[in-house]
Design a protein around this ligand. Structure first.
Ligand code: PEP
Length: 261
């Protein structure tokens, strides 16, 4: 079983068109055979991203940070999955904790977003994770179960899925969950997925870790068998640190991987 490693940069509500152009002109990583890179920009920059991606020597896929739950119509301010596809978006975040917390997105809306993305052939990256209080009270497993069940029950639509495990307290705090701890949760997540997917399909689903990943710690996560990549916020804003991060991940070879008992 080989899952292509995935590094996703999430710019959140940050950046500018000149900053994007500069970032893309600087981003370079050799030997990307086993590593895909995705840049999730704010929506207004998708056109510039599409234009400049075509000229890049090492590929960067286009990602979005949100999608409408509706396929189209009189919903002011919304952007449909079909519109994202027009701009070449390949991956879209769903259920990021910042949207759960600040934008009151509901489980129904997340379900509809997943369906809309699958319908347009875009891969959803479903973000899940517990708060600090839930973590301290030992509720991680129950919270993750709930966050998966509310969108995958009774049966997920047929379409590719990526999970991003992001403990809420690790996001933007400079206090990442350790790689061994993240591995434990990722292993549990893969087991939970068996409720909806065949064992073989579960082995294909990529699970990313997110939360204060940077160029110094990123490679450590990729040494663990159930961690297939990283979702990076502030550590992705500068092209040179992002390049260092990607190079460090690409350099992890199988002899450095942690063998589990
Ligand atoms: C994120 O945006 O999902 C994230 C993990 O942010 P940061 O890397 O800044 O913690």
């Amino acid at each position: 079983m080989t899952r292509t490693q995935l590094v996703m940069a999430n710019w959140k509500q940050q950046g500018s068109e000149p900053a994007l152009k500069h970032w893309l002109s600087e981003v370079s990583v050799p030997d990307l055979a086993k590593l895909s890179r995705v840049l999730c920009v704010p929506l207004p920059y998708l056109a510039a991203l599409r234009q400049q991606r075509a000229t890049l020597q090492s590929p960067v896929l286009a990602g979005a940070q949100l999608v409408s739950a509706w396929s189209g119509g009189a919903y002011t301010g919304e952007v449909s999955a079909a519109m994202l596809r027009e701009f070449g978006v390949a991956y879209t975040l769903v259920g990021h904790s910042e949207r759960r917390q600040w934008l009151q997105e509901t489980a129904d809306s997340r379900r509809a977003q997943l369906a809309a993305l699958w319908q347009q052939g875009i891969t959803p990256v479903l973000c899940v994770g517990e708060t600090a209080a839930q973590h301290q009270q030992g509720q991680t497993f129950a919270v993750l179960w709930q966050q998966l069940a509310e969108v995958l029950d009774p049966q997920p639509a047929p379409g590719p899925l990526v999970l991003a495990y992001e403990p809420v307290f690790a996001i933007g705090s400079g206090q990442p969950l350790s790689a061994p701890d993240a591995q434990q949760v990722h292993q549990q997540l893969r087991q939970l997925l068996q409720h909806w997917y065949s064992a073989a399909d579960c082995q294909q689903i990529r699970i990313l870790y997110g939360g204060s990943v940077n160029s110094n710690n990123a490679a450590e996560y990729l040494r663990y068998p159930d961690i297939d990549g990283v979702l990076v916020g502030s550590g992705s804003l500068k092209a040179d640190s992002f390049n260092t991060l990607c190079r460090a991940i690409a350099a992890v070879n199988t002899s450095q991987c942690v063998a589990l008992p």
